[in-house]
Design a binder for this molecule. Structure first.
Ligand SMILES: Cc1cc2nc3c(=O)[nH]c(=O)nc-3n(C[C@H](O)[C@H](O)[C@H](O)COP(=O)(O)OP(=O)(O)OC[C@H]3O[C@@H](n4cnc5c(N)ncnc54)[C@H](O)[C@@H]3O)c2cc1C
Length: 484
């Protein structure tokens, strides 16, 4: 992703980009669900949507369904679109709380076009006209991560990125500055450079292996540290959403692609053995597995500096937040976007690096807090993991948000938070938080009028979904296949 984006931005007469990969090591091979910011990346990488869907066997994603999170048997949806009409903005949530505090009982899911469409297995593209309720839609994709990597590699190489196969062993540093000067590969190549982007995955070959940058461990907030993944045959039409199902020691994902379903169980090794995790995953599959289960160990947290000297860590080398809200690919894009806007001279000014580190840290901490909310706000789940998470001290930012929400129904956001009001509203409400009050300005609207407005949203959503095509009819696959 980084090479494909950089080659578009640099002057290829003055700047060369070398991509080093090792087939022997391979990629982590998971990461199939995205969020709507993927459109930004695909646009700057010059990717055509239909070609991308065909090449990566992608499906559309309208959000995530969380089952058994707030309490056993309960389910809610985190939609990528907005609630209410486009013109409602944040006032939807206050209209909703006013009605609710006045005794109105209904499911807020029925007021989100994304949610109702997803549950009906429907899809359509968002409208640009803000008067249309279709303008409240948002979407992302599920795709085959290995095919996406191959697709980007081909496109990057076509534009001038030079790929070097081989394992990086020896790494040279400048004697005084400590800057990295060259990489030596197992094939005897010596690759000199001015700026090194460490995309070596969890091992952080340069940022940690050479520069020893340090890591902030967040496993006291996000305790899962292992995953077991297995693909299974596709038995029914792919759903237009990801499923995240809470289990005894973590949660299970189900990601529908055109040609298979991606499954995985993310768990805490203090509360489950690998054998138990694999057994739980395999027995829950709705179709035969297509491979042996694969285990992945990880540590949740972030590199203390994503940019250190002339090394910028992008991807898993810069840190990892578990995949509950499918945010890692977004963080790669975000790293790329920030690097483009802070692109350095040869000297890699430490002020530029400092600014990069500051804004990356803010963003990842905001996402971390959003994930912690899912683990913390649960009830009636007796297993030790859930009991432990209910009692944990919260990060200050999350504690402040929860308190604001409880007092006034307001969602207070930092200036550059990834998840906006609709997402926090969905997850706070879905996890069982109920505010005691709402914005008093909504009292300018009479209660009857408010209920009538809510009724018209619900009817508008239902009517729009009735006219949408089935999700499967919108997919674009390879010629001759089910979606060709
Ligand atoms: C269980 C799990 C589920 C996930 N699910 C999602 C999801 O649904 N959505 C999402 O957005 N993200 C998800 N992620 C994160 C996602 O997988 C990663 O962000 C993404 O795959 C990018 O990984 P990477 O490129 O940083 O590292 P990797 O895929 O590990 O790639 C590292 C690269 O470095 C090369 N390399 C390493 N060492 C050397 C060396 N010595 N010499 C030469 N080359 C070397 C490797 O060959 C490889 O090409 C998930 C992660 C995990 C662990």
């Amino acid at each position: 992703m980084t090479a494909a984006a950089l080659i578009k931005a640099v002057d290829v007469r003055r700047c060369r980009i070398a991509l080093v990969e090792s087939d022997e090591i391979g990629t982590i091979g998971v990461g199939e669900a995205t969020i709507p910011t993927i459109h930004w990346f695909n646009r700057i990488a010059g990717i055509d949507e239909k070609e991308f869907m065909r090449e990566t066997r992608a499906t559309f994603k309208l959000g995530i369904e969380f089952s058994h999170w707030a309490k056993p048997g309960h389910s809610y949806f985190h939609p990528f679109g907005r609630y209410g009409f486009a013109s409602d903005g944040v006032s939807f949530q206050h209209r909703w709380f006013k009605a609710q505090l006045g005794g109105f009982e209904d499911d807020f899911a029925d007021y989100s076009l994304n949610t109702v469409a997803a549950r009906a297995g429907k899809f359509t593209f968002p409208a640009t006209d803000p008067r249309s309720i279709l303008s409240t839609l948002g979407y992302a994709y599920h795709f085959d991560a290995s095919l996406y990597a191959r697709f980007l590699r081909t496109s990057a190489e076509r534009q001038g990125v030079r790929r070097h196969e081989g394992r990086v062993g020896k790494i040279d540093q400048h004697a005084e500055s400590g800057f990295i000067t060259a990489l030596h590969t197992s094939r005897g190549e010596v690759l000199e450079g001015d700026l090194f982007i460490d995309c070596s995955g969890l091992r952080g070959l340069l940022i940690e292996g050479v520069l020893g940058t340090g890591f902030d461990d967040w496993s006291h907030w996000l305790p899962c540290d292992r995953a077991v993944a297995v693909p299974s045959e596709r038995v029914a039409a792919p759903l237009p959403y990801t499923r995240a199902i809470a289990r005894e020691a973590g949660w299970q994902w189900r990601i529908p692609l055109q040609h298979r379903t991606g499954n995985g169980y993310v768990y805490c090794s203090r509360h489950s053995s690998d054998d138990r995790a694999a057994a739980l995953l395999l027995e829950s599959l709705d179709a035969p597995p297509l491979a042996e289960p694969r285990f992945i160990a990880f540590r949740t947290g972030r590199r203390r500096q994503a940019w250190n000297k002339n090394v910028v860590a992008i991807g898993l080398s810069s840190g990892f937040l578990e995949p509950l809200e499918s945010t890692s690919i977004h963080l790669i894009q975000s790293g790329i976007a920030k690097l483009l806007s802070l692109f350095p001279n040869r000297d890699c000014d430490s002020y530029t690096a400092q600014q990069y580190n500051r804004i990356i840290a803010e963003e990842i901490e905001g996402i971390r807090d959003f994930l912690v909310l899912h683990y913390h706000s649960t009830a009636g789940k007796p297993e030790p993991l859930w009991a432990e998470c209910r009692g944990m001290p919260l990060p200050e930012g999350l504690r402040y948000k929860e308190e604001h929400f409880a007092r006034s129904g307001r969602i207070v956001l930092g200036s550059d938070e990834l998840f906006k009001e609709a997402s926090w509203f969905a997850v706070l409400s879905g996890q069982g938080h109920r505010p005691r009050d709402y914005n008093p300005l909504i009292d300018a609207i009479d209660s009857g009028e408010n209920l009538a407005h809510l009724g018209s949203i619900k009817a508008g959503v239902r009517a729009a979904v009735a006219k949408m095509p089935e999700h499967a009819a919108c997919l674009v696959g390879p010629p001759g296949g089910a979606y060709g």
